[in-house]
Design a protein around this ligand. Sequence first.
Ligand code: CTP
Ligand code: MG
Length: 237
Amino acid sequence: VKTQLLIPAAGMGERLGCDGPKALVHVAGKAMLVWTLARFEPLGLVDGAVIVFPSPHEDRFAAALDEAFPERRFRLAPGGPARQDSVANGLAALDPDTDVVVIHDAARPLAATSSIRASIEAAVAYGASTVAVPCVDTILESDADEWLAGTPDRGKLWACQTPQTFRVDLIRQAHERAAQDGTDAGGDVPSATDDATLVQRMGERVKLVMGTRHNLKVTTPADLEWAEWLLRGEESA
Ligand code: CTP
Ligand code: MG
């Protein structure tokens, strides 16, 4: 089973308030993308990985990757306006003989290698999987004016993470379907913030794989502080 890694890294970190691509923001002394990729070294997935970059910044990405992983080769693909577009561009850049694709956000530099491995095993067995963690917070639904509108049963709720891993034919089909849904009927289906949702919307099963709460997504300045603290702790361990 030929497995390839795809990293959507084309976001500009609006909520982080960074001046430039979020994936190149330094955390614990290295670019976030470098930490993220390093989680995949034990699985041999760094070499040949597809990195989706924000299109004006190809040179900076190529330089950062070359400096951190001089022995490894990457395929760089330009990103699109939304994450879904970026992943679609990345899927188009996979090697033609790839069977399984591991999609992992550049913004998650703390994925556990055991979760990555479990995600791949589940995708090989079932076709599609996502790492996720059971919600520990009670989730509130609000109306448009920020009044409590309802409280879903926490026992059924999971917080989505990445990696999400798929048989390549299945995820390509899901993205084609999503692109049609987005353009047909005046584009009323909002673009998805993850890929497993697109597969499930097609009526295909997606296996949930238990993640860890360390696998946070760096979204806000507070998240960056947490990531810094956790990564420094790993370094000194
Ligand atoms: N991403 C992407 N292409 C986009 C938007 C996002 O490849 N057009 C990637 C980001 O680089 C990130 C992942 O999708 O690795 C999750 O996105 P998010 O955390 O929302 O990052 P940003 O879009 O950069 O942040 P913000 O929404 O605050 O601008
Ligand atoms: Mg975003």
